[in-house]
Design a protein around this ligand. Sequence first.
Ligand code: BDP
Length: 577
Amino acid sequence: MRIYYRPRLNLDGVWWFKLDPEDVGENKKWFEGLPSSEDIYVPSSWNEQNPSWESYMGVAWYERRFFVPAEFRKMIPWIVFEGVNYRAKVWVNGAFLGGHEGGFTSFKFNAEGSIRFGEENALVVRVDDELTPHNIPPGESMNKTYFDFFHYGGIYRPVYLEFTKTTFIDDLKVVADHRGHLDVEVEVGGEVLGELAFKLLSPDGVEMMSHREEIKDRRVHVRAKARGVKPWSPENPVLYKLRVKIHLGEDLIDWVDEHIGFRTVEVKGGKLLLNGKPVFLKGFGRHEDFPVTGKYVPGAVLIRDFNLMKSLGANSFRTTHYPYSRLHMDLADRYGFLVILEAPLVGLRDVHFKDEKYLEKAKKVIEEMVREHRNRPSVIMYSVANEPLSSTDNARGFIEELYNHVRQLDPTRPITFASMLHAKDKALGVVDVISLNLYFGWYSHHGNLDAGVKEADETLEEVHKMYPGKPILVTEFGAGAINGLHSDPPEMWSEEYQAEFLRSYIKMFKQKSFLTGFHIWCFADFKTPQSHFRTVLNRKGLFTRIREPKLAAHAIRREYSEKRSDVHPQGLKRGRL
Ligand code: BDP
């Protein structure tokens, strides 16, 4: 979690909006001001704000007017977008600032020279959410996607202006292990001058360390050892403050507080270790999805989600299937969740594995994701893809490229991807932890749970035999249940079948000492493209879309809150948070 002590002008609120199905806006210079408009709320996806926009895919324009105080005149104005799906082009007062492709990572522009201080300004954004097989993630149309979640469009994460002086902290990279080793790299932006001051503050504000040095270079690197730090863990997610300031003589030029946790993640001897001890992940796959706001989940709902997950005894989740918002990840740090941060590379197939340009684009998205979230203690692993069709050597090569890219950006965290091909997957050998998605008893052996669990069991054993040295994580298993639908004996889509499905799988998992955890698919119901095998929503949630519990939530509360030694044969301590 990062806090900047910089003036900030929040642009959340009602904006002007105009669909552009014929894509004429740029020729007609709409970037100088929209000719007509409707109201839209930012942040939130556009689709559910007006029934006629529900399935709109294509170009749409946004405009927002705002004043900038005259006293900021000597500062650099930055426009920050935390998330726009999918392509964005940005103008201020008619001047083009730049563009960005990719729906789940943030971007910013230096608006020096185009912002008018002490006056009204017009910010115009052209958003294009057209789906193509070359998008990340790929698809062809609203109901023909290579991923299983609704393709929401628009400016759906916060937008703001931030003001810095002409020297500023441009980037910060922190590695902090459970023994107190601290490695900090600061990238200084603008003019290289002044002095950098570092401080480490304990959770109750006690100064534990300090260091000052003159800025001679763009990059300032500090290594230190802090004594007596408490390690960050799900049981005790203790956050320290790394305070970084730039001074010029008497003046304070910039100031950033990074809230960090001291913790170490390793894969050793077939085990996933947190702070030197084996750790068992119990949790969920999830989505950022909520009625009306679409891909924007309001803070209050996120806090409810974390409390519900905790009350179920969970300690982990995967950001299926894209990096989540900054607020979402801040809460993961604070609530002590062990997060697998996933890139939005879902459902890749042969056309992608052969395409050099797509590989470059994938690497760029991964780099943006790693840079945005790498200082978080909650992020314990990266997932470079979900369910690639990786049964070929080409696919293995592609995953290997992504693996090496992440490795070079961040040597401190294990890397995985979620496989649906299991033993037939050629890329499993590449990664540090093997992740498997299992749906036997749902998509096959319909209604026959015994046969489904048996096949899941055999699959786990087979993959374990092929890669005996690697920990295995079940990243997805689950069944759909329409809330309020009951049946005895349990039949598919009933709440009883879902509860029974999860209980039977978990009973089998308890026999597997090579498992390092399991994530239920999924936490809450979520909206999907229309198809004959979805009922508007994907119903595999333990909670409904508005977070009401199904029978399975109660069943899982009992399973997850058992002593971990009962859940896991390796005898780990009770893991309630
Ligand atoms: C898995 C996918 C996930 C889907 C889930 C399902 O990883 O995105 O939503 O199946 O079918 O294959 O429910």
